[in-house]
Design a protein around this ligand. Structure first.
Ligand code: SF4
Ligand code: SF4
Length: 393
């Protein structure tokens, strides 16, 4: 028997639920975006990176971003000053900074401070010394990084930004991460995580999964999942996991003390009511100031600085066009909550939620012992993740 599979799940089948035929094809309700109460604004300051991972969508951007290639020692954030000004005037619960690698631009620290409402003198101070104090105030910032530039020499810079959470991306365990990202990347990332934890900077490991690396993902979970928070998301360039494997992954993640899968299908699996937040509770700003609803979407709907009414209408229209219940979801009792989860990863095609309900399960073999999973424990784990990072997916 494959050790990855959990054999003792005691899950009530929901196959006898009434099919939701009447909802298919009907216009789903579109909640209006409240620009003053966003969960997060996702920011791609630029796409440049200090690594060149195999199959990275950023290395081969599908949008206009190639035009922004620049010497990493020279460039600043590509988002305009006016765009940053506008972003800092909004009041999301967090800003989520993706990349490229945010830490290769010296301006990242200055802009993080500005987003939080600081006095913007950080750039001046930053350029004087890497160890200058930055008086960050206000909002949470979640920064995704490959961890390679967080060292004993640079950790002080990060530790002076208040309300900063770091998410370090890995591809799985050591061998697979180094195969994708390059020799030594895993070891340096783990060293960065250790340094961040020593400084009490909240840190989460983020892993993208597909059938190709799922064994490596389970291996990493076994090694660190009990003491380092982890977040998972399906690889958007790969087919969804087969349903049985997805279900086993969902159980395994649900058995960890601080772990989450970012897509709505998982949240619904464990008992939350969740739909894709893009265009409702978040939007994404790209290096040329363009705005998309989903961070992985290519449909530009607005520009940083557009007036509130235009932006809200653009988002409403995007959500209306992109919200539907897919045929695979017919019969799922969460269908009119979830609206087929994630458009990009297409996780709905193999979603285990329709056929399972997390009530009480005993999952085995992740830590070579049985772990009881309950809805209450899992919801607690997800809520604890919200305090650490409010992230992309
Ligand atoms: S089966 Fe479809 S609607 Fe139901 S939780 Fe999964 S993705 Fe969402
Ligand atoms: S990645 Fe998927 S779930 Fe997340 S915002 Fe985009 S479409 Fe929605």
């Amino acid at each position: 028997m494959n050790k990855l599979f959990f054999e003792k799940s005691r899950i009530e089948s929901t196959l006898n639920e009434e099919p939701l035929m009447e909802t298919v094809g009907s216009e789903p309700p579109v909640p209006e975006m409240n620009l003053r109460n966003l969960e997060t604004i996702i920011i791609f300051p630029y796409n440049e990176c200090n690594l060149a991972c195999r199959m990275c969508p950023v290395k081969n951007p599908i949008r206009v971003d190639k035009a922004f290639r620049a010497d990493p020692n020279e460039f600043e954030w590509h988002i305009s000053d006016e765009g940053v000004e506008w972003l800092s005037s909004l009041n999301p619960r967090s800003y989520t900074i993706l990349g490229g690698e945010p830490l290769i631009s010296k301006t990242t620290m200055m802009i993080m401070e500005k987003l939080q409402g600081g006095d913007s003198k950080a750039q001046e101070r930053y350029h004087k010394s890497m160890y200058d104090k930055l008086d960050a105030i206000g909002k949470n910032i979640v920064m995704y990084t490959n961890g390679q530039l967080i060292t004993k020499e640079t950790i002080d810079i990060l530790s002076v930004i208040d309300r900063l959470s770091i998410v370090v991306s890995l591809e799985g365990d050591r061998d697979y991460t180094n195969y994708i990202r390059g020799p030594g990347v895993f070891e340096r990332a783990m060293e960065a995580i250790k340094l961040l934890r020593e400084r009490d900077i909240p840190v989460t490991i983020r892993v993208g999964y597909s059938q190709e690396n799922i064994k490596s993902v389970f291996s990493l979970m076994r090694k660190v999942g009990n003491h380092i928070p982890m977040e998972f998301a399906p690889r958007i360039d790969k087919p969804p996991l087969p349903k049985r494997l997805a279900r086993n992954l969902y159980y395994a993640v649900a058995s960890l003390p601080h772990a989450d899968i970012l897509q709505p299908s998982y949240k619904n699996f464990v008992g939350f009511d969740r739909r894709c937040p893009a265009g409702i509770k978040r939007f994404t700003v790209h290096p040329d100031d363009s705005i998309t609803a989903c961070q992985w979407g290519s449909e530009v709907v607005a520009k940083a600085g557009d007036d509130d009414d235009f932006l809200k209408e653009a988002m409403r229209s995007w959500v209306a066009r992109n919200t539907r219940i897919e045929p695979e979801c017919i019969g799922c009792k969460k269908a009119t909550v979830c609206y087929s989860s994630c458009r990009v990863s297409k996780d709905y095609k193999q979603c285990p939620t329709k056929d399972s309900e997390l009530d009480r399960a005993v999952v085995e073999n992740l830590f070579d012992r049985a772990v009881e999973v309950t809805k209450e424990k899992t919801m607690k784990a997800i809520k604890s993740m919200r305090n650490i990072s409010m992230a992309g997916c």
